[in-house]
Design a protein around this ligand. Sequence first.
Ligand code: 5GP
Length: 122
Amino acid sequence: MRAFNGDCEVGFVKLSSYAGTRSSGSVQTVMGLEKDLRDRHLIVVEDIVDTGRTLHFFLDHLRQQNPASICTVTFLRKPEAAEFPVAVDYVGFDIENRFVVGYGLDYEGLGRNLPGVYQLRE
Ligand code: 5GP
């Protein structure tokens, strides 16, 4: 966000597909968008793309609202875990197929405040 020059509105959407460290197989919108997205330019910022299910589902959902454009950004991506075709325009880091916490990422609600990214001990 700090790197974006210009006026923009920021919205938060909560989607969950994880129970513990395993993808539960379905995506549910827990907290949705309230704005009308028609003719708007959207930048979707993800924390991590694993199977791609969440982003795939969410992009479908957004396209139905006829935005002017959609760009996708993710902090982390696990290429080996990919199951759903989803193009990410900007990727911070590709990582191994391991469950990670910290720097905003949680494990059952905990760990988001850790200053770095850590792999959970199995
Ligand atoms: P996907 O739908 O791509 O399989 O999973 C994406 C979502 O699952 C992410 O937005 C994140 O909430 C969660 N997730 C996937 N992998 C990890 C991980 O390694 N660590 C954490 N904390 N969450 C993950």
